[in-house]
Design a protein. Structure first.
Length: 157
């Protein structure tokens, strides 16, 4: 049985985003007084008192640069929360941010959207269904309420 891996924003991208984000703005760190922000660097929710930042991130653009894809109009950027300083990254296995309905958005090797599916449960079956289509190279998990990027899952080798 194939197990899929939730991939956070990569450390190399985090280093860049903490300087200048994908919209060209400098990072503005804040102290999170309330907690609960979905951190894309370590795939967990923030806790009160942590230093975080909201930055603009273009996940498909960065993947395309790595793979040679040409996403064209599908290249989008949006807001993501990250730790303001380097963190340990994800701890443990499983699929984070699974406490609400999520959208599994499928992309081709060219970086074009092939469709999406609202899923009530993030589990191996949700990703197996997405990757059953041989044209799917990459999956983004997105929040339903705002459409924000949460993390990516790649086709297993």
């Amino acid at each position: 049985m194939t197990t899929y891996t939730a991939r956070p924003v990569p450390p190399s991208a985090l280093k860049e985003l903490r300087s200048t984000d994908d919209s060209g703005r400098g990072m503005v760190p804040v102290t999170d007084d309330e907690g609960g922000a979905p951190l894309r660097c370590c795939l967990r929710r923030s806790v009160p008192g942590e230093r975080i930042a909201l930055v603009s991130y273009a996940p498909l653009r960065r993947w395309a640069a790595e793979t040679g894809a040409e996403p064209g109009a599908y290249d989008e950027q949006g807001p993501v929360f990250i730790h303001a300083e380097e963190c340990q990254g994800p701890e443990g296995d499983g699929y984070p941010f699974d406490n609400a309905h999520r959208t599994v958005r499928r992309y081709s090797a060219a970086g074009h959207i092939l469709g999406g599916e609202l899923v009530a449960t993030l589990d191996d079956d949700a990703f197996r269904n997405a990757f059953d289509d041989p044209a799917v190279a990459l999956v983004h998990v997105r929040a339903v309420e705002y459409g924000c990027f949460l993390y990516e899952v790649r086709r297993p080798a």
